[in-house]
Design a protein around this ligand. Structure first.
Ligand code: SF4
Length: 384
């Protein structure tokens, strides 16, 4: 087993556990969050990351579709939903969904990722047809859609159980569930920030039902708002326990909170330190998750490059048309897509080996000759 030939001030016992491949405790997690030397935490996380994936850094070619921003949950951390003085309301018809899928038909992608607001006007059939339309336009594409909160809404509107709803969606072509929907598994944070949305137990119920149906899922944690270090660790350990039980999570993404245009605008934005630490501690605590993602849109490409040495092995995707965190064209954020060449360049410049993957983390062969040689300069989008 790989070892780190150096002393780790104050976390020597944790280093030894990591080197022996032992599971870390709640207390270890809190200590890692409080440890003053971030590089040491990062080096431990990198040990685990390289044990699992060596030098590889994964990405996927994907398109995002956010079908409506009308939402009746009013989460305090959210800048996406339509409100007075904020984004204008929209709801995509199925024809518009078809158009936006067709728009990029000539671009090779392997995944469509879709989430939206909780819009009570949308009928049950829309969600099934939404998936069918995507599959008609892009046969064989992986559809990752609807967070647990949307699943609860779809079930309610269809007057069906969660299990029946997921089975219908799967039958229509749903391939996996994205993360999100719970932010942090803490009753206090739930009460204070997103009390109208499902709670932790409901979120777990959807996860268990998805697992029972053979639908893989992704997990997330939104950090940098009102949550405490202990709540973050508790969230990660609850995810770990659930993964022990179901084994259906493919990846975990720590998501950096963006306070601009939310009710929490007074909270300073997470710094690079916080981004890297959350990735590193997630990697260290989640020993039963294969992949930890640095979502470059939220973390910026620059932090994502460093994160590849702090526990992350995945950068998400090339991402076409993302609207959740930033509204394209507004607030100075214009470009929210990376070309595959950009993505590979970003990874190579960070000293890792880019590997295109599908949504299940199967590797997709790539022509090395298409790669930009290390050291040549391709401008990356300015985000954040
Ligand atoms: S986070 Fe989701 S559920 Fe909450 S307000 Fe935003 S769109 Fe609605």
């Amino acid at each position: 087993m790989t070892a780190l030939a150096r002393e780790f001030t104050g976390i020597e016992d944790i280093r030894e556990k990591v080197e022996r491949g032992e599971r870390l405790s709640f207390e270890d997690g809190v200590r890692l969050y409080r440890h003053p030397n971030l590089s040491e935490v990062g080096a431990l996380a990198n040990l685990v990351r390289e044990r699992k994936h060596g030098d590889k850094a994964y990405y996927v070619r994907n398109q995002h579709i956010n079908y409506t921003n009308i939402c009746n949950k009013f989460c305090k951390f959210c800048s996406f939903y339509a409100k007075k003085g904020g984004p204008e309301p929209y709801e995509m018809s199925l024809e518009e969904v078809r158009r936006v899928v067709r728009k990029y038909k000539d671009i090779r992608i392997t995944e469509i990722h879709s989430v939206g607001g909780i819009n009570p006007r949308i009928p049950y059939e829309y969600y099934l047809d939404f998936i069918r339309v995507i599959k008609e336009e892009r046969p064989g594409i992986h559809v990752k859609a609807f967070t647990a909160v949307e699943i609860v809404q779809i079930a309610e509107v269809g007057k069906k159980s969660i299990e029946e709803t997921l089975a219908d969606l799967k039958e229509a072509g749903l391939d996996s569930l994205p993360g999100g929907g719970i932010e942090v598994l803490s009753d206090r944070v739930h009460r204070e920030l997103f009390g109208r949305k499902l709670n932790g137990e409901e979120w777990k119920r959807v996860a268990r039902a998805a697992a029972a149906l053979g639908l893989p899922q992704y997990a997330t944690m939104l950090y940098g708002h009102i949550e405490t270090v202990e709540e973050r660790v508790d969230h990660l350990i609850q995810l770990r326990e659930l993964q022990d039980e179901t084994g259906h999570f493919l990846c975990m993404t720590p998501l950096s909170f963006h306070p601009e245009k939310t009710e929490l605008e007074h909270i300073p934005m997470p710094t690079g330190e916080m981004d890297l630490r959350n990735i590193a501690v997630s990697r260290l605590l989640l020993d039963n998750f294969d992949h930890i993602k640095s979502f470059w849109i939220m973390n910026t490409p620059a932090i994502t490059q460093i994160a590849l040495w702090y526990g992350a092995d995945d950068c998400d995707g090339t991402v076409l048309e993302y609207e959740i965190t930033y509204e394209p064209g507004k607030y100075g954020y214009k470009n929210q897509a990376l070309t595959p060449e950009n993505m590979r360049y970003m990874i190579r410049e960070a000293g890792r080996t880019p590997v295109e993957r599908d949504s299940h983390y199967n590797e997709i062969p790539y022509d090395e000759e298409d790669d930009t040689p290390r050291g040549s300069r391709i401008p990356l989008p300015v985000v954040g």
